[in-house]
Design a protein around this ligand. Structure first.
Ligand SMILES: [Zn+2]
Length: 201
């Protein structure tokens, strides 16, 4: 089973930072994505980064990379899947807001990706105690649904996580803390392993 971890944006992407400029989403996404891949590899899983570079690799190219691997490894749910790591923003980045919370997105409709997202939500509940989880149970599962490019144009199961808000001071403080980084990495590692194990039961 091939596990792909994608990190959004790049060093030159405009915006995508905290209002005071100290937090850059591309850097944080990479830090978290690299740690997730390392942890999974250490535990014997076949995980790799979609974007090892620091620059912004276009969504088209990221999907091409993912689909090339999905074709090679197979794109059945137990062959290949991808998790794309992001940090949310409530506004354009010019002002601070009060939005908080963790969430995961899948492509609209019932898909295999919903199962992967549910595993991530379960792990988030455990690793982010006291934090808000943004959910939508109207279709029977917790994930939010949106046709993001990376969810729409990949052949394999795909989930995009938004790990707190970069334009909320409370959320940012947690994101930048050692405790916060550890929790976000751990929830992805555990959710992913839970999903992989679901095929061996
Ligand atoms: Zn993003």
């Amino acid at each position: 089973m091939k596990i792909l971890i994608d990190n959004g944006h790049g060093v030159e992407t405009p915006g995508k930072r905290s209002p005071d400029g100290r937090f850059r989403e591309y850097a944080y996404n990479r830090l978290i994505a690299r740690a997730i891949v390392e942890h999974l590899q250490c535990r014997g899983y076949d995980a790799s980064l979609v974007v090892p570079e620091d620059e912004d690799i276009s969504l088209e190219e990221r999907c091409r990379r993912i689909n090339r691997i999905a074709i090679r490894h197979g794109h059945e749910p137990n062959d290949t899947f991808v998790v794309s790591i992001h940090v949310n923003a409530a506004g354009s980045g010019a002002m601070w807001h009060n939005a908080t919370g963790w969430c995961a997105y899948t492509f609209p409709g019932h898909t295999e990706s919903d199962k992967l997202a549910t595993c991530l939500y379960k792990a988030a509940q455990k690793h982010l105690p006291g934090h808000r989880l943004r959910t939508d149970y109207s279709d029977g599962d917790p994930d939010l649904e949106k046709p993001f490019y990376i969810l729409k144009h990949t052949y394999c199961a795909a989930v995009l996580t938004e790990n707190g808000f970069m334009d909320c001071e409370v959320s940012l403080k947690f994101l930048e803390s050692e405790e916060g980084k550890k929790a976000i990495v751990a929830l992805h590692v555990e959710g992913i392993i839970d999903y992989v194990n679901s095929f061996h039961q």
